[in-house]
Design a protein around this ligand. Sequence first.
Ligand SMILES: Nc1nc2c(ncn2[C@@H]2O[C@H](COP(=O)(O)OP(=O)(O)O)[C@@H](O)[C@H]2O)c(=O)[nH]1
Ligand SMILES: [Mg+2]
Length: 202
Amino acid sequence: MPKGIIISASSNLYQIETENKIYNCTARGKFKNEGTNVLVGDKVEITISSEEKAEGIIEQILPRYNEIKRPKMANLTCIILVISMKMPSPDLLLLDKELALAKKLNINTIICFNKTDLAKKEEIEKLSKIYKDIGYEVIETNAKNKGEIEKIKPFLENNITAFAGNSGVGKSTLTNSIFEKELTQEGIISSKNKKEKTQLQK
Ligand SMILES: Nc1nc2c(ncn2[C@@H]2O[C@H](COP(=O)(O)OP(=O)(O)O)[C@@H](O)[C@H]2O)c(=O)[nH]1
Ligand SMILES: [Mg+2]
């Protein structure tokens, strides 16, 4: 039976990436009956109902390495925690909480200080040093500068990776330039009231 990874889920439709092709699949009713959530990141076995239309059915979910609730995902092996240096200012409590959770789930964590163009070099170095000194991999990026995305790419290879971090820190900007196309919408941070909130562009 062909094996693949669920790369997207929307209601009861799943995209499964197999070695050579992406199939649009539904899931067998048994999963719902058993109360099993079918998650992005799940490794699955499928039967192909139409090769021509690239359609199939998920038959089996293979054992999970781990599972997280928010966002609902399975088999994460890497998290890139994005912290912005300014607008919004660094949320170190959130960072520490996420580092602890990732450790518990056995997920490798990379800390990415973004918006380095908005901060002083010394500020960035001071923060970076704290986390480097306790053994974390730290990268510093200006997501607006497309070349810097190369710093992140090596961590994406052979991993199932999630980008995490507060709204407005630059996750969409980073992911869009990694894939060199618009996958997600970039938000606009309201600078009028500096409330650090993100508004989606319509
Ligand atoms: N100056 C600067 N702005 C950035 C950088 N990264 C993202 N932004 C801007 O910050 C805003 C929020 O970014 P977005 O990617 O939507 O954040 P998300 O909510 O984490 O997905 C957008 O207006 C981006 O253009 C950066 O490195 N430097
Ligand atoms: Mg976003």
